[in-house]
Design a protein around this ligand. Structure first.
Ligand SMILES: CC(=O)SCCNC(=O)CCNC(=O)[C@H](O)C(C)(C)COP(=O)(O)OP(=O)(O)OC[C@H]1O[C@@H](n2cnc3c(N)ncnc32)[C@H](O)[C@@H]1OP(=O)(O)O
Ligand SMILES: O=CC(=O)O
Ligand SMILES: [Mg+2]
Length: 717
């Protein structure tokens, strides 16, 4: 169905979108619609052709790499020859001379504090608000409601579990905020005087081992919270003897509230399905509401209607009677799409235009509402806009992004480098040239982050023709992956990110396996990362505990200057040296097929960009476009090397489609894929695998967008 358009400065703009910009985004920013669209037309004039040329360069390099591998036949891996070849074709670029980033004014959550980073699809207002409010999380709820204390209870209140939770929380306090004597488990009363916190243990007053850890007191209704701080993260001891949990404790402690998601990425990219003007308006409208501070969402929960809004800041009274205000919300960052896709929302010369350029203009324009606020809670007190830029390949693309945002700032009348960029290190050409990429963004870089999921997909795609890749488990311990993670931290430290920008690690993709996360994810701060991604507020609260155990700044000091793992390690693909065992192939084939279908069917038919999908062992996995890219690229690679045949893949897809249908039987909105196997969802999954070797960088976006548009058209009939 053709939608009405408006002609603006030579652009054909979706009419509803143009109205959204004029009536909702721009009022209050001081930018007139005419100036906006004139600037937009200039943006396309200046950068449209270059954007296409950068994509052509990706394709050219990939074709040369494919040809090189094919030309080598079965010769053994030759790291020196490969590196020389990559240098010759310009895949590897010269290293910059030593430098330190100079990113201007950024917030403490970016520069100095270390803690969890929550990611959320911004298209879902209920979740997006929840993510913003996940700055503070109940430790009691996170322990009680997750698998950390054993299987999640399904029945009524479990008093034994409550006692175990209370004991575990006391252990956390003893580790992070110990008393001079005794344990928090034995506290009979908490109080405060002008010297700080006073706990009563065995009838005696006991102070904190570190008296400076006491910040002050916060009263909220019946609750009195004693606010403490450790490693820069606050912890509240919430006292309320009248509360059922507080009543069960001698001290009246009813909760331990952790400062958790220091920052949250509101995602316009891999966790959302936004393919047309209404979708993009939905995404931008939520981001706008967050930046204006007035987003709200009402929904039914437990039979009651709830309305969710952004939480206020928290006022704490210090012992000297002065007030200190703590941020009530996570610092919000926005992830734009990458350079690849184009959008029909804005056309020029009859052609769709780069979606990344639209995200750049519109998300920054929305964020101006935060920058221009004169009262009420602010997002960035440093006056910055934080844009996460994903899927960039190498320094030229990073430099391109830098110039695009400089143009956006000029059009919107913002001081240079107001927009800070987060560099996702998630494509191989970026990892291999990381220092040069950071250098290209040095005046606005606010993070580097190892997006290991996309990175794994790109690893397979780049070396698609080199041979068959090892299976998933072996990939997790492959030398390239360790080199990638370690190099990222060390290169970041060498570029002076400590104290100036975040060094981030990737997503915990098993949202329900939080006991396992608690064991494993401490590895992120230990590796020198000042933040790491979590999929939910509960995971943020639990991951916060790691930053009380590890002092990241001290860890970064230890790591700085250590030798950077050799580039050859990063560049050596994890190929199977012998035929893969048949049982492993069969299992991984089914697993990948199930994961792809389980994700794609909700994306294409229902527009859900991020889902929990059970794997073959019934472990719920977070699936987004990056995890889908991995599965599709695995199968495409095995197809390319005869590990599996097309017929076998088709059979597995059909069999797994029936299984996914059964898994979704309880969803009234679900449309089964079997027995026809001819709907857009099934065909999207099939496209992703069978054409995976030919998709640009192995991305899933082109197939998903096309099939979602098809499904929408069918549904509109
Ligand atoms: C490779 C990459 O790019 S990773 C980055 C992209 N991935 C993400 O952003 C993952 C974000 N996470 C999610 O979308 C979800 O957690 C999923 C899809 C994994 C699971 O969703 P669900 O099955 O609905 O979660 P579940 O039922 O366990 O929990 C729902 C509750 O948790 C909250 N919640 C879950 N995830 C989030 C989140 N990321 N942010 C805020 N709140 C969240 C919901 O608001 C809801 O609480 P409410 O009822 O009070 O509103
Ligand atoms: O975006 C994150 C990733 O792992 O990919
Ligand atoms: Mg990614």
């Amino acid at each position: 169905m053709t939608r009405p358009t408006t002609s603006l400065h030579g652009l054909e703009v979706d009419a509803e979108f143009a109205t959204f910009i004029a009536d909702r985004v721009l009022p209050g920013t001081g930018v007139a619609p005419d100036a906006f669209w004139q600037g937009y037309a200039a943006l396309l004039d200046n950068f449209g052709a270059e954007n296409r040329a950068l994509l052509d360069r990706r394709a050219e390099l990939q074709a040369r790499i494919d040809a090189w591998h094919k030309g080598r036949g079965n010769q053994p891996w030759d790291a020196a020859a490969y590196r020389a070849f990559l240098t010759e074709i310009g895949y590897l670029t010269p290293e910059p001379a030593p430098f330190t980033i100079d990113n201007g004014s950024v917030d403490p959550e970016i520069a100095t504090l270390a803690g969890p980073q929550l990611v959320v699809p911004v298209s879902n207002a209920r979740f997006a608000l929840n993510a913003a409010n996940a700055r503070w999380g109940s430790l009691y709820d996170a322990l009680y409601g997750s698998d950390v204390m054993g299987p999640v209870p399904s029945g009524g209140f479990d008093a034994a579990r409550r006692d175990a939770v209370v004991a575990r929380a006391a252990e956390v306090l003893d580790q992070a905020l110990p008393l001079l004597a005794g344990s928090h488990a034995g506290v009979e009363a908490y109080g405060a005087d002008d010297q700080g916190l006073v706990a009563t243990v065995a009838g005696q007053p006991v102070r904190l081992a570190d008296p400076d850890a006491y910040v002050g007191t916060r009263v909220d209704g019946e609750d009195t919270a004693y606010v403490l701080v450790h490693n820069g993260l606050h912890v509240e001891l919430v006292i309320n003897p009248g509360h059922p949990i507080g009543a069960a404790s001698a001290s009246g402690l009813r909760d331990v509230v952790m400062e958790a998601a220091l920052s949250a990425i509101q995602d316009c990219e891999d966790s959302v399905a936004a393919v047309d003007a209404p979708d993009k308006i939905g995404v931008y409208a939520n981001w706008l509401g967050l930046m204006r501070g007035d987003l709200e969402e009402s929904f039914d929960k437990g039979g009651k209607t709830m309305t969710r809004r952004l939480n206020p800041d928290r006022a704490v009274t210090r012992p000297d009677g002065t007030t200190v205000t703590l941020q009530g919300r996570a610092l919000l960052l926005v992830r734009n799409v990458g350079h690849l896709m184009t959008t029909e929302v804005i056309r020029k010369d009859g052609q769709p235009t780069p979606e990344g350029l639209m995200d750049a203009m519109v998300t920054v324009a929305c964020a101006m509402h935060d920058l221009t606020k004169t009262d009420g809670p602010r997002n960035s007190r440093a006056g910055a806009v934080y844009v996460v830029k994903p899927k960039m390949h190498g320094p030229d693309e990073a430099a391109f992004a830098d110039r695009v945002f400089a143009h956006v700032e000029a059009v919107l009348g913002l001081p240079a480098n107001t927009v800070k960029l987060g560099l996702m290190d998630e494509e191989r050409r970026t990892s291999a040239n990381l220092a040069a990429c950071i250098h290209a963004l040095r005046h606005r870089l606010f993070f580097i982050n190892t997006g290991f999921l996309d990175r794994t997909g790109d690893e397979i795609h780049t070396s698609m023709q080199a041979g068959a890749f090892l299976g998933r488990d072996a990939m997790k311990t492959a030398p390239w992956l360790a080199a990638y993670e370690d190099r990222n931290v060390l290169i970041g430290l060498a570029a002076g990110l400590k104290g100036r920008a975040q060094i981030g690690k990737g997503m915990w993709a098993k949202p329900d396996a939080l006991a396992e996360m608690l064991e494993a994810k401490i590895g992120h701060p230990k590796s020198g990362a000042s933040t790491a991604w979590v999929p939910s507020p509960t995971a943020a609260t639990l991951h916060a505990l790691h930053y009380h155990v590890v002092d990241v700044a001290a860890r970064q000091d230890e790591l700085e200057g250590r030798p950077i793992p050799d580039l050859d390690l990063l560049l050596t693909p994890a190929l199977a040296e012998a035929p893969l065992p048949e049982d492993k192939v069969a299992r991984e084939l089914d697993n990948s097929a199930q994961g792809i279908l389980g994700y794609v069917v909700r994306w294409v038919d229902q527009g859900i960009g991020c889902s929990k999908v059970p794997d073959i062992d019934d472990v719920q996995l977070m699936e987004d476009r990056a995890t889908c890219r991995i599965s599709a690229q695995y199968l495409a690679n095995w197809l390319a090397h005869g590990v599996v045949s097309t017929e076998r893949v088709e059979e597995a897809l059909r069999r797994m489609a029936a299984k996914v249908d059964a898994q979704n039987a309880g969803d009234p909105a679900y449309r089964p894929m079997a027995p026809g196997f001819d709907g857009p969802a099934f065909l999207a999954a099939r496209d992703l695998v069978l054409t995976g070797a030919d998709q640009p960088s192995g991305y899933t976006e082109p197939a998903l967008h096309a099939r979602r548009a098809e499904a929408k058209a069918l549904q509109a009939r």
